[in-house]
Ligand binder design. Structure first.
Ligand code: SF4
Ligand code: F3S
Ligand code: FES
Length: 245
């Protein structure tokens, strides 16, 4: 990682909630780092600089640095967000960073969203259930562009976990599928290739771990870095489920 050489804009104080659950002697606590801010600095750049200059053992996750892989979710000044897409210039000079709650902590800012997402996907069977007679080698039926667009819109979820971390229900109910899960069901309901009926979907999310557990707190909608229409999808599913139940 190259250290910037331009003129600094401000001095930042970054506090990171550190804890290594693998180490029995590790106690959760805030570590304080001071560094110069440069034009265009993101939290990704800042964290790399901290790791390079002060704390080689600092744990955090990044893959794409472009808001695509969903691995860099963390709580920034109390609000879940993507570190790679957060410019430090949009924050005050004092910044606190903590791991996303609701997921297993790996260490410092690194959490295991993958295991949570896999468990949710298996429970909700988030794949297309084709009819048994479907010919896998046949060309797919043409889909109206408007419908393909609607499906694509919901498919933009990057499974970052921010919506789960921002949701009070998910904090109280470990099996709650969260807005990410409800969004996936909304996506598969739309897909004409999926043979599941509304009543099949109801079986998957028609309880307190699904759409009826949602208390419409809407933290999910506020923090989703992909601006997915979570509020609309949840309201739609709830109305739909009431009619089939
Ligand atoms: Fe992230 Fe939004 Fe998907 Fe939730 S719905 S996992 S906040 S992209
Ligand atoms: Fe949680 Fe979003 Fe519902 S924050 S309670 S899933 S509206
Ligand atoms: Fe991939 Fe941030 S590093 S979304």
């Amino acid at each position: 990682m190259t250290i910037q050489t331009e003129t600094p804009v401000r001095t930042l104080v970054i506090r990171v909630l550190r804890h290594n659950p693998q180490d029995p002697d590790s106690e959760p606590g805030w570590a304080r780092y001071e560094l110069e801010e440069y034009e265009g600095m993101t939290l990704f750049i800042a964290l790399n600089e901290i790791r390079e200059r002060f704390e080689p053992s600092l744990q955090f996750d990044f893959v794409c640095r472009a808001g695509i892989c969903g691995s860099c979710g963390m709580v920034v000044n109390g609000r879940p967000g993507l570190a790679c897409r957060t410019l430090t210039s949009t924050l005050g000079p004092e910044i606190t960073l903590a791991p996303l709650p609701a997921f297993r902590l790996i260490g410092d800012l690194s959490v295991d969203t993958g295991a949570w997402m896999r468990g949710m996907s298996e429970r909700l069977e988030t794949w297309i259930h084709e009819t048994e007679s479907a010919d896998l080698h046949a060309l797919e039926e043409r889909m109206e562009p408007e419908l393909a667009e609607q499906i694509y819109e919901l498919d933009r979820c990057i499974e970052c976990g921010c919506c789960v971390a921002a949701c009070g229900t998910a904090r109280m109910r470990p099996d709650f599928v969260g807005a990410v899960g409800l969004n996936k069901i909304a996506r598969f309901r739309l897909d004409p290739r999926d043979r599941r009926s509304d009543s099949d979907f109801y079986q998957l999310i028609g309880d307190d771990d699904g759409v009826f557990g949602c208390m419409t707190l809407l933290g999910c909608h506020d923090v989703c870095p992909k601006d997915l229409p979570l509020q609309t999808q949840i309201a739609f599913l709830r109305r739909k489920m009431v009619t089939v139940s």
